[in-house]
Design a protein around this ligand. Structure first.
Ligand SMILES: Nc1ncnc2c1ncn2[C@@H]1O[C@H](COP(=O)(O)OP(=O)(O)OP(=O)(O)O)[C@@H](O)[C@H]1O
Ligand SMILES: [Mg+2]
Length: 280
């Protein structure tokens, strides 16, 4: 049924013009846990009663495949945001998790740089599209509390779109592959976006992922990072349960709700709720 035909009534009263928190999960380095953290933060927030939209900005579409089985077309994916300026409220899809919606990726996303070369509003297309979520209209049929953006592993046009749209940036860092230069580069890009396009952008912190408490380097690593960025107290341990959950196309809360990884993502979610949501 088209959402426009849903009976009005109690749903109508839930609608209001509220701005969601928009959290970009980004690091130009590949394989550091961006997608894992985006999926499980989104699912964690939904478990805490929040209504969440996940935006998959990576052409690999790993996040999308966790939540939906059907492959979207260019017209029904986030590609339409960049190609046709389609409002996100018209594109988001419900998932099996009540309160969790997805704006899925397609492989075509890899062409966005070319598509938008020379477009004067090229950096703003995602922001403009997400503005449509504040009304509560469309598939969500009610206010959205948070948007989680899973960024691709580079600092190109898509990631800049995420920084322009976001209220908050969280940087997952894998300690064993950590580079201070890499961290400085992403923070420089964020600072440029803050200065030029989005003075609202805050950087609540770095999330240490694939942490191994037994190695000395893991203990020592937080200190140099903290000179540049706050580090979330919760660290996500390296565990096979995470990889298995991806293979099963599930969040960690569905796959092994009592696992250490589920507890850690729950604790990270609560840190985010306490920091980011409380300040509103
Ligand atoms: N805590 C963890 N323990 C074990 N494996 C993990 C953990 N977090 C992520 N992984 C695995 O590491 C790989 C990379 O994780 P993920 O896809 O989340 O990173 P990414 O930063 O999104 O990668 P990309 O840059 O390619 O988008 C995946 O195979 C994932 O299953
Ligand atoms: Mg990823």
């Amino acid at each position: 049924m088209h959402p426009g035909y849903l009976p009005r009534g109690p749903q109508t009263s839930r609608k209001m013009n509220s701005q969601p928190n928009i959290i970009a999960i980004a690091n130009q380095k590949g394989g550091v846990g961006k997608t894992t953290s985006a999926i499980n933060l989104a699912a964690g927030l939904v478990r805490e009663g929040r209504r969440v939209v996940v935006v998959d900005l990576d052409a690999q579409a790993n996040t999308s495949s966790i939540f939906i089985t059907e492959r979207p077309t260019d017209e029904s994916s986030v590609y339409a945001v960049f190609q046709h300026r389609t409002p996100a409220a018209q594109l988001i899809q419900a998932t099996r998790l009540p309160g969790l919606f997805i704006l899925p990726a397609v492989v075509q996303l890899a062409d966005v740089e070319t598509l938008l070369s020379g477009a004067v509003d090229g950096f703003f297309r995602l922001k403009d599209s997400l503005d449509s979520l504040s009304s509560g209209d469309g598939v969500a049929d009610g206010p959205i509390d948070a948007v989680i953006i899973d960024c691709p592993p580079n600092l190109g046009l898509l990631t800049v779109n995420a920084f322009v749209a976001a209220t908050h940036l969280i940087v997952p860092l894998q300690t064993s592959r950590f580079s201070l230069d890499g961290l400085k580069t992403i923070l420089d890009t964020a600072a440029t976006v803050q200065k030029r396009f989005n003075s609202e952008l805050k950087i609540p912190g770095a999330l240490i992922t694939m942490y191994n408490p037994r190695t000395a380097i893991s203990h020592a690593i937080s200190e140099p990072i903290e000179e540049y960025i706050h580090v979330f107290e919760t660290k996500i341990s390296r565990t096979v349960a995470i990889e298995e959950s991806h293979l099963m196309n599930q969040t960690i809360f569905e796959y092994q709700p009592r696992s250490k990884a589920a507890q850690e993502y729950e604790s990270f979610t609560r840190e985010v709720l306490g920091g980011i949501f409380e300040e509103k």
